[in-house]
Design a protein around this ligand. Structure first.
Ligand code: GLC
Length: 744
């Protein structure tokens, strides 16, 4: 058989070579079992297709959606499928009893964004993307399946933004113009029904607002979680943790959080602590709190198979674990050795987990880090059979889970939900124990809507410049997929960082919404003081900038909670219609007013920076850049240790004085720094810890510079916060004066 690369129908060719014999394609297969509706969501038209194919003479179920916000009220209007006028010649069919195919055109001008966590440039086009939660520590150009699965793709063609979302936790393969020419195909592997959504938006912010109106926005995180977090796999004992805390304070390196990885446990038994190495577990958090540190512990889902272990026994007794088709508890190997896996689809399991988490909360642990929750298993690291052409019957999958709403279901069908449901239970535990404290949960795995329950980090990167570079487009796509509170391990998790790489990583990391230094057991230490005093000074300086930016960062989270806007944004978000901005993914906007253009290579001393419309100021020097007009690229020096940021002319940034932890935040003076003689900005303030802002207990001001003076207007004045202790200043290019904020 010979193929001409230009004329071959590769889909057919692949079938011939692979011997794959799909069911004959039926035409119009959704007819009768599908219906369509439309609605306007936050000004954006959304069409949805509800598919319930027939299986064995009955209609398949649509499983409960854990992606849609429960409180969501949308007025869906029924419409006929035939009347649908969809962009890009969308078509669909059921290819086999266990697979649905969607086809659409992809003219060359279309760029593809979003789709959750992908090891990719910003434009995802020209690749196949499989969404199936996988513990894959090898992040390279071939890495396909990763930890998170968020099936929301944005097609940007320069005129409009089309969103495609498949609300199904089943595995999916999104082929974005690799198999066919200027065409795309999505294969959805399921034997269940599902909802398929198409959004038709005029702008990127409008599209993300509509998607996040449906799947949720992260509520305000506790302020301390936005400070510096220090982690290592693993600080072996409590002395080391105390020493670490001491070092941060002695060396005056700001830090809020210390994180305990798996070695705090007794032989990796979840909900325990080692009596030898952490004998004072109960008082450790308290002691550290006196030094203004919060303590976080890792919590993995695998429960050690050990008849003497009460958690394992309880799980068995109450039937809370995932089971094989033969009805036996499914056992696989993770850190504790042979382990059972909680079935988080069951509400009863979630309550059990939630209550068990009290162990940490009673001991003063402030936040919970959920890891290995794809779920990772050492002998089934990539459980999806390859090749995978259709969803096998439930009992032929790795194991079964049970949902209260939908009954028994094969694990593959719902695997992408595992991390999300563990996150849901964890968040509930924190809320239940501390009803008026904002919970902090961090997760590795997650699906659409995960932002309602947890912050995320992007798993096991390596101390390579390539991974520093990729962190920018990856986090931009994660943010466009609804997940604003995200970061990657600063310094790199695997391998050995170098002093230069660590400093470069902090230069970008200051702008990761989630700001954590973490590295693996086998690697070189990379705490900020692990290298020379000169490196320590640079890292300290960068972390201080993060604390300085906290009032601005807080305002960005506030914006996210109301509009879904991510903190890290592609340039195109604010400069639509600028094709140079659209092609740029080694720079990003941090909110509307700061543009970040980091050094991402070794031995770099300068780089080209693209400046979109307007004039720009260099962050560190406050100097106005010459020639910063629309479409202008300037060669900029990037000395090691300098924050690679530029501020838009016409803005007022609220900036805090340096502090050692956010415990000082409400007493720390805030300076409103104006960039340009005509400038405006906003300032948001609340207690940083409780949910009271949701009942109007927050303050917000509009700031304007007029005739060289700062004029403030209270937009909202709900809280008497730090009124007597905090002072405000107004800073221009040549002057700093006290400022008084207007009352309502
Ligand atoms: C996984 C996590 C990593 C953690 C390690 C040990 O590899 O991704 O962050 O340190 O497990 O718990």
């Amino acid at each position: 058989m010979t193929f001409d690369i230009f004329t071959t129908d590769w889909t057919t060719a692949r079938k011939k070579i692979g011997g794959w014999q799909p069911e004959p394609r039926a035409s119009d297969i959704f007819s009768g079992n599908a219906h369509s509706e439309s609605a306007i969501v936050e000004g954006v038209r959304v069409n949805r297709l509800c598919v319930r194919p027939s299986v064995k003479d009955k209609l398949a179920k649509i499983n409960k959606s854990y992606a849609l916000c429960e409180s969501l009220k949308i007025d869906w209007q029924e419409q006929s499928i035939e009347s649908l006028q969809l962009p890009y010649s969308f078509t669909w069919l059921q290819a086999t009893p266990g697979r649905f195919d969607f086809h659409f055109d992809m003219p060359a001008v279309v760029r593809c964004l979003g789709l959750g966590e992908r090891f990719s440039d910003l434009n995802l086009r020209g690749n196949r993307h499989t969404l199936f939660a996988t513990d894959n520590p090898h992040h390279n150009e071939h890495a396909d399946m990763l930890y998170k699965s968020i099936p929301f793709l944005i097609l940007a063609d320069g005129e409009k933004y089309t969103g495609i979302w498949i609300d199904s936790p089943s595995p999916q393969r999104w082929d974005l113009d690799t198999e066919m020419v200027e065409a795309a195909k999505i294969e959805l592997f399921t034997r269940r029904g599902f909802y398929f959504y198409l959004f038709d938006a005029a702008t990127l912010p409008a599209l993300v607002a509509a998607f996040t109106a449906m799947t949720g926005r992260a509520p305000l995180p506790p302020l301390w979680s936005l400070g510096h977090q220090q982690c290592r796999w693993s600080y072996p004992d409590e002395e080391t943790i105390r020493h670490l805390a001491d070092q941060f304070r002695k060396r005056k390196i700001p830090c809020d959080t210390l994180v305990m990885d798996i070695d705090y446990m007794d032989d990796y038994r979840v909900f325990t602590h080692s009596k030898e190495r952490f004998p004072n577990f109960a008082s450790l958090a308290k002691e550290l709190a006196e030094e203004h540190f919060k303590l976080i512990t890792i919590v993995d889902p695998g429960v050690k198979k050990d008849e003497k272990f009460d958690i394992y026994r309880q799980g068995i007794k109450d039937d809370l674990f995932c089971k094989t088709a033969k009805g036996e508890v499914f056992i696989e190997t993770v850190w504790p050795g042979l382990s059972a896996f909680p079935d988080f689809l069951k509400a009863e399991t979630r309550s059990w987990w939630r209550d068990s988490l009290k162990f940490y909360l009673k001991n003063g642990i402030k936040g919970i880090w959920n890891d290995m929750n794809e779920p990772a298993m050492f002998n089934s690291q990539r459980p999806l059979p390859d090749p995978f052409f259709e969803m096998p019957e439930d009992d032929k999958q790795l194991f079964l889970q049970t949902s209260d709403d939908d009954g028994s279901i094969g694990h593959f069908e719902v695997r992408n939900l595992y991390g999300t449901l563990m996150g849901l239970a964890t968040r509930e535990a924190l809320l239940k124990e501390r009803p008026n404290e904002r919970p902090f949960v961090l997760t590795r795995a997650g699906s659409a809507g995960i932002q309602r329950h947890a912050a995320v980090w992007l798993g096991d990167n390596t101390s390579w410049y390539e991974h520093l570079q990729k962190s920018v487009p990856m986090l931009l796509n994660v943010g466009l997929s609804g997940v604003a509170f995200a970061g990657v391990d600063i310094g790199g998790f695997g391998g050995h960082t170098t002093p230069e790489l660590l400093v470069r990583w902090y230069e970008v990391g200051v702008f990761y919404p989630f700001f954590r230094n973490h590295c693996a057991l086998m690697g070189r230490a990379q705490e900020p003081f692990s290298f020379s005093p000169a490196v320590e000074d640079m890292v300290r300086g960068l972390i201080e900038q993060r604390y300085k930016l906290l009032p601005y960062i807080q305002a960005l989270f506030w914006e996210h909670s109301r509009t879904g806007a991510p903190l890290m944004r592609p340039l195109e978000w604010h400069y639509p219609g600028d094709s140079l901005a659209a092609g740029c993914d080694d720079q990003f906007m941090f909110g509307a007013d700061i543009m970040v253009a980091p050094a991402l290579r070794a031995n770099q001393s300068s780089r080209n920076v693209y400046f979109p419309a307007g004039n720009w100021y260099e962050w560190q020097s406050g100097r106005k850049l010459e020639g910063g007009q629309r479409g202008c690229t300037i060669r900029v020096e990037c000395p090691l240790g300098r924050l690679p940021a530029f501020v838009r002319e016409g803005t007022i940034l609220p900036l805090a004085d340096i502090m050692q932890s956010t415990d000082e935040f409400l007493e720390t003076p805030v300076t409103f720094q104006a960039f340009g003689s005509e400038a405006s900005g906003r300032f948001f303030e609340d207690d940083g810890i409780s949910h009271d802002y949701q009942t109007d207990k927050y303050n917000e001001w509009e700031l304007v510079v007029a005739d060289g003076r700062l004029v403030t207007r209270a937009v909202h004045n709900g809280l008497d916060v730090g009124k007597n202790s905090r002072t405000y200043r107004f800073q221009t290019a040549d002057n700093v004066v006290p400022a008084v904020l207007a009352t309502y």
